[in-house]
Design a binder for this molecule. Sequence first.
Ligand SMILES: [Zn+2]
Length: 140
Amino acid sequence: MPAYVTIDSFTNPLDAHIARGLLESEGVPAILHSEHHVWSSWPYSFALGGVGLQVPAAFADRARDLLARQRSGEFERALLEQQDVATERCGCCGSTDLRFIRSPWLVLLMVATLGLSGVIFPPGIRGRKCNACRAVQLNA
Ligand SMILES: [Zn+2]
């Protein structure tokens, strides 16, 4: 068995699985460690340093390059071009630099629920805020 090295870590196991799936789709063998500890109690993620993404040492440089390309948005842009999907834009300035906003009360409820059960129930998305002009667009 080849020696595996940790090339990245994730607080959220779902993000770790997405990264592992990307690497495997590009022919890089990858495994996760500490995943089941984090699933059993999400706050363990901080104590364990997150869910580790590991690849054989010989694939480490290629895997880091793939993750950097993913984070730069290269694969997302290619997917949008292939599917000819319209990019969401700000209604005020036309910027595509938007972020989701959530109700602060639902976020507080999520934190309280996390403290009691260790399970995350992400609050629904309330709308979008433009990072360029700060305009808020609420869902209908
Ligand atoms: Zn804007």
